[in-house]
Write a protein that binds this ligand. Structure first.
Ligand SMILES: Cc1cc2nc3c(=O)[nH]c(=O)nc-3n(C[C@H](O)[C@H](O)[C@H](O)COP(=O)(O)OP(=O)(O)OC[C@H]3O[C@@H](n4cnc5c(N)ncnc54)[C@H](O)[C@@H]3O)c2cc1C
Length: 306
């Protein structure tokens, strides 16, 4: 029996663990990935807005976080796949068969990139369906590619791919891009990029790898097929809450609803970081929420005489 089990070792989970440790709580962190850091591992731009440390990219900041928790007392299990969680009983069952139990649970599972779910998207992953414009632009150098999405991430990736690709078509289902003005301006000046608004990606086709994509423009009767060798989807994120969604109060998009003390609707279950912060997800916010949850848990446990 642990005092606290924290699910997820991104900034929110690590901060909660650091504080739980400092407050003398017996703490276990369960992380599904091989390394801690969460989304920081996917941040390739400099991080200049986290007070206390500047970093050339997310991994560098993650290394600072990892070094700070290295010698702490709490247990950290990586590559731990959770099969089920019983929030009422505070019981976590792993696919490996272990059953873990605690007095308090902290959900720090963050968010993942949203997928479109169109035919071909999973099938051609790694075979023309790209994960990152920055890291994979050489693999589609000189080719025609398609980017889906209208926000900053889509615009940024379209611009990165335009450095090496013959053409980039950016399709967005809304009437106008939501990307920041700086990106929108740069897209307008980039002759290799064509933007189609009110357009959706319907299907990705190919053989060994991606060869074409079907897009549907508003008002068109049928999809138009375009020859492309790469497709990159950036249509926002969704919370990792499948394990708990039916056991606590979430919003319509599946984000956990919390109080100012990070409490969820389930007793002694807390949620911290992006998983409960759809409006303003940041590293600072995640770390702050982790600290808050730990302090509230410590005070609850001490009032129970623990
Ligand atoms: C490209 C990019 C750039 C960004 N730039 C900035 C920036 O400049 N400044 C800033 O403040 N923020 C930035 N962010 C946002 C910032 O990274 C997040 O706000 C922050 O990482 C949230 O931390 P978190 O711990 O809540 O979630 P995450 O970082 O998402 O971590 C969640 C962790 O939970 C784990 N997990 C999920 N499900 C399970 C499960 N079932 N079992 C066990 N473990 C699980 C995941 O593997 C992951 O390690 C950026 C994000 C991206 C993607």
């Amino acid at each position: 029996m642990h005092d606290v089990i924290i699910i997820g070792a991104g900034p929110a989970g690590l901060s909660a663990a650091l504080w739980c440790d400092e407050l003398g709580l017996d703490t276990l962190v369960v992380e599904q990935a091989a390394e801690v850091g969460g989304q920081l591992l996917r941040v390739h731009n400099p991080v200049e807005n986290y007070l206390g440390a500047r970093a050339a990219n997310g991994r560098e900041l993650r290394d600072v976080f990892a070094a700070q928790v290295e010698d702490k007392e709490f247990d950290l299990w990586t590559e731990a796949e959770i099969e089920s969680v019983d929030l009422k009983a505070k019981r976590v069952r792993l696919r490996s068969g272990e059953e873990l139990q605690s007095i308090a649970l902290v959900i720090a599972t963050g968010v993942r990139r949203r997928r479109l779910g169109v035919p071909g998207e999973s099938e051609f992953a790694g075979r023309g369906v790209l994960e990152s414009g920055r890291l994979e632009r050489e693999s589609v150098a000189g080719e025609d590619v398609l980017v889906v999405g209208g926000g900053d991430a889509a615009a940024e990736n379209a611009l990165l791919l335009a450095d090496t690709c013959a053409t980039v078509t950016l399709v967005h289902r809304g009437p106008r891009l939501g990307a920041r003005p700086e990106f929108a301006e740069r897209l307008r000046g980039e002759h290799r990029v064509t933007v189609f608004t009110e357009t959706t990606l319907e299907r990705i086709l190919g053989g060994e790898r991606v060869e074409s994509a079907e897009i549907l423009r508003a008002g068109a009767l049928k999809p138009m097929r375009m020859a492309v060798r790469g497709v990159l989807v950036r249509v926002g994120v969704e919370p990792n809450t499948e394990l708990f969604r039916d056991q606590l109060h979430t919003d319509e998009r599946g984000y956990v609803v919390v109080t100012g003390e990070q409490e969820t609707s389930a007793e002694m279950v807390f949620a911290v970081g992006d998983v409960s912060n759809p409006l303003a997800p940041t590293i600072s916010g995640a770390c702050g929420a982790g600290a808050t949850a730990a302090k509230v848990i410590a005070s609850c446990l001490s009032s129970r005489g623990r």
